[in-house]
Design a binder for this molecule. Structure first.
Ligand SMILES: Nc1ncnc2c1ncn2[C@@H]1O[C@H](COP(=O)(O)OP(=O)(O)OP(=O)(O)O)[C@@H](O)[C@H]1O
Ligand SMILES: [Mg+2]
Length: 502
């Protein structure tokens, strides 16, 4: 049992023979503290799972201390130790501190051990419960389509399966859906990317995931975590965008009470809370230069220095950083540290936009029809071919997220069992030009994004020609990975002998 119990009382011997029983028979580490500073110090070390606090302590306002602890470290169990002449304040103390139990003095060793053991079991159960609730929320995305298995039953209009999921019928044959954790795909670009992600998962190196919004960066990060040796430890996600620097620093590195205005208690910080696991830093392009320095130190040394503390502690955490803005131009502009950029790029995963991998559209569409139809309890039919054609012709600036939202809306509008047809589409899709006449790259009135993409395609083509299509050399010159370059070749439909400068 790897658990530290903090006993707070006026004198260490107040625990009596219970101390020996807890330590010897149950293997708990017992640490004693008499007052606020040493109690906070012990808790700051991050090992305490339970506090046993004597309310009759002239050196500490125990109830006020436990009340603060309740908010700063809600996962530390609290047990009150009270005198025999219980006064009416006990009920209020129990309510305010949300204590698990109270024990009366003199402590009965057997009873004390039993209550401590039960408290820690409850703590473990609630930790698992929290983890499962999160998993369950995500399991709405769970693989309804199994890898390698075609879900079509081909028996007329869609009908609900026994498990409540719905089976599409008469769908056009299309590629088999593959999975990387909860990521669904069929395209070659995604297959290569997921292979690389599996390689990354087998190491402890940091991973940088880049890609437009809604392409599935977070799902890919989850895939890396759940394919790694860290899968039984937490995956914690921190969005770094739009957060004050000191708040972000304290979220990740923790803080000591009073380190800044509003820091009313000690905070452990995500890096230590995720010890043994993975931390996903989303929107990494948004962080301040000061934070970049702290993060670099953490990546180099694995060291965490909570704000307002001189103590340095270690945390064993794998960092995955994600960004929907390419970091390289920020490095070139001096807005992102180059050393940090290269540190983060232990593995460099670039998720292509949905429009560059049309082969994923049918399997994703089918997956979302089942998911959202299933959630609505519908006998959901399939998407009509026309709808699929429109999807394939659309640019999807919001990528897979946009596709999912569109299908969710269609499922809500369609009647039970009705085929999802163009009239269920939202305005963005209803006004699309016919797919055959659509030229997204060349049209007049192109948006800035479209013009930039066109330029990118031209540049990539030119560099490839320059290196006689030696992709390794071209990728090096462009500062891309081989997979990144392959994605661009596919996205801009480049091939040897064709330059996009026409
Ligand atoms: N390949 C996929 N298979 C299944 N669902 C996907 C896939 N890609 C994305 N999604 C779904 O699309 C939504 C967006 O995915 P995710 O949050 O991973 O994107 P993101 O790239 O992190 O976006 P952002 O940059 O906006 O944070 C989620 O609901 C996710 O479940
Ligand atoms: Mg994200």
């Amino acid at each position: 049992m790897d658990s530290t119990i903090l006993f707070i009382a006026e004198a260490a011997d107040a625990l009596g023979p219970a101390a020996e029983l807890l330590a010897r028979d149950l293997g708990y580490r017992i640490t004693f503290a008499g007052q606020e500073t040493d109690s906070a110090e012990v808790i700051g070390r991050g090992q305490v799972t339970l506090v046993l606090a004597d309310v009759e302590n002239s050196r500490l306002d125990t109830v006020a201390f436990l009340l603060r602890l309740r908010f700063t470290h809600p996962d530390i169990m609290r047990i009150l130790v009270v005198g025999t002449h219980r006064d009416i304040a006990l009920r209020e103390a129990l309510a305010r501190t949300a204590a698990y139990q109270y024990l009366t003095k003199p402590l009965q060793p057997e009873q004390c051990c039993l209550v401590v053991r039960r408290a820690l079991e409850t703590r473990e159960l609630s930790r698992r419960h929290r983890r499962l609730v999160r998993e369950l929320r995500l399991s709405a995305d769970s693989p309804i389509l199994r890898p390698g298995v075609s879900p079509r039953d081909g028996s007329g209009p869609g009908r609900a399966g026994r498990d409540g999921s719905c089976h599409a019928a008469e769908a056009e044959p299309h590629a088999t859906a593959l999975h990387f954790e909860r990521l669904v795909y069929a395209s070659r670009a995604m297959a290569e990317l997921c292979d690389l992600a599996r390689e990354a998962a087998a190491t402890d190196l940091p991973v940088l995931i880049e890609g437009e919004t809604g392409t599935g960066k977070e799902l890919l990060a989850r895939g890396v975590h759940y394919h790694s040796r860290r899968r039984t430890s937490p995956l914690m996600v921190q969005n770094c965008g739009g957060i004050r620097d000191e708040v972000l620093q304290s979220e990740l590195f923790g803080h000591k009470r009073g380190a800044f205005t509003g820091a009313i208690g000690d905070r452990l910080g995500l890096f230590r809370a995720a010890d043994g696991g993975t931390v996903l830093l989303d929107e990494i392009s948004e962080v301040s230069p000061a934070f970049q320095v702290s993060l670099l130190r953490f990546l180099q040394e694995g060291e965490v220095k909570p704000l307002g503390s001189d103590r340095i502690v270690h945390a064993d955490v794998r960092i995955i950083a994600a960004s929907n803005k390419p970091l390289k131009p920020l490095v070139a502009a001096g807005r992102f540290r180059e050393d940090l950029y290269f540190r983060l790029k232990g593995f460099d995963l670039e998720v292509p936009p949905l429009r560059a991998r049309p082969d994923d559209i049918p399997v994703l569409a089918e997956f979302f029809v089942r998911k959202h139809g299933g959630l609505l309890g519908r006998r959901t039919a399939r998407l009509s071919d026309e709808v699929l054609d429109r999807f394939k012709a659309y640019r999807f600036p919001g990528n897979v997220r946009e596709l999912e939202h569109e299908i969710r809306r269609m499922c809500a509008l369609a009647k039970d069992g009705e085929i999802l047809a163009p009239h269920h589409l939202s305005a963005a899709f209803a006004t699309l030009p016919e797919p055959e006449t659509t030229d997204h790259h060349e049209g007049n009135g192109a948006t800035l994004k479209e013009m930039v993409e066109r330029l990118e395609g031209e540049l990539v083509g030119r560099i490839l020609e320059k290196h006689h299509w030696n992709q390794t050399k071209a990728a090096r010159e462009l500062g891309l990975s081989r997979v990144g370059l392959a994605n661009k070749i596919k996205r801009y439909a480049l091939s040897e002998g064709t330059s996009r400068t026409e």
